[in-house]
Design a binder for this molecule. Sequence first.
Ligand SMILES: *Cc1c(COP(=O)(O)O)cnc(C)c1O
Length: 476
Amino acid sequence: MSDVSGSELRALMARVPSVEKVMASAEFTPLIGEYGRTQVLGAVREALDNWRTSAQSGAASVSALDAAQLKDSVEATLRQRNQSRLRSVFNLTGTVLHTNLGRALLPDEAVQSVMKALTQPANLEFDLDTGKRGDRDDLIDELICELTGAEAATVVNNNAAAVLLALSALASKKEVIVSRGELVEIGGAFRIPDIMSRAGARLREVGTTNRTHLKDYEEAIGPQTALLMKVHASNYAINGFTKEVGLDEIAPLAHARGLAVAVDLGSGTLVDLGQWGLPREPTVRETVKAGADLVTFSGDKLLGGPQAGLIVGRRDLIAKIKKHPLKRALRVGKLTLAALEPVLQLYRAPEKLTERLTTLRLLTRPADDIRLAAERVQPALQRALGERYAVAAEPMFSQIGSGALPVDVLPSYGLVVRTADGKRGGRQLLALEKLLREMARPVIGRIADDALRLDLRCLEAADEAQLIGQLEGVRA
Ligand SMILES: *Cc1c(COP(=O)(O)O)cnc(C)c1O
């Protein structure tokens, strides 16, 4: 960089307009209208300071001081600064319930309900019959009981909170018996042994990693025992020489000794997924019926609702949980309840679920339908990427995600991008993946087997049109 001479620099600096003059120019009026005077003033000062700095190293062009050009650059700065950090993306990862991409997408009924709760006062904790203070759980507990067959229910912030609260309320300073094969880490630092100690309960491990017998539970029961607990293994499976004791055996044992059984179901589906050809999971109702005294599960996994933790079970246990001080700290907000209620109501018409409940619609989407989408998007992606890449529509497998049924996969379809020269192109694919992430609405895929893979299962009609439009706006 060539430094400028003193007299040249003085001449350049003399051309910098005053901040007041810039602000008063006609070009800036709409900007001030949109962003407010304070922000625009700050951005103009910054732009002029930056220009002065680059002028000193001889890198500034005088035309950048032109009112129209200055306005464009200030506007770009302001627009970028005011862009939301939480952005919509295209989830083409093939994982339907993707924790890092916000898990379940909610149906329109939930969206409308949340809008109302956001903008209008509501009877969140107000009993409309008596005019007295109410309990927010009253809005939703009967519906949860209807769908699960449980006596009572309560809702907290997420399932991790549900487990923490249940253990704190029912097993503090006492022992909880859990099979070694179920001492799982769910990811994002949720580990059963850690939650247990945070709740002040003592973990009593029984059995071995691969095999646990009823007599292991039986021998562990003592005067300190508060609960027997079963945990859904969620994100892993043990195969081979294994033995797990079912609830049908544990519940009678616990009840004969005057103890309760708690089950952390994780995903906790409310319907038999087998009816749609999906892998079967025990439903919450079956779990309650099989003798669980308490069941905890997530709102935003297979249930298809907002982030929440649902606790259902025996009336006396739920009452104890609701009285615990942590319940207040872990309670849900009105937006969660507003979203959860309409989602649960959809379950009253199970024959319509695959149409109305977004999560289930995506999980049951036929591979042929996804193939047609892939064939429609393929030309747009090929044109956008140009000759250096080859884009093909190919079959692939999606996953349910969020720890549900980890070993099962769903036949799907998507676009596979390889380097056109057939070389492995690791670095080229990484660069492409990054480029897609940098689009106005970022496209999130995954790289596997020397190709970038975009699974189109989660790309429904409106999103498909938007993606094609976005790709058409790209020059290769
Ligand atoms: C997912 C999961 C959790 C955590 O649930 P969040 O709703 O994410 O807090 C706890 N236990 C099991 C078995 C799970 O699968």
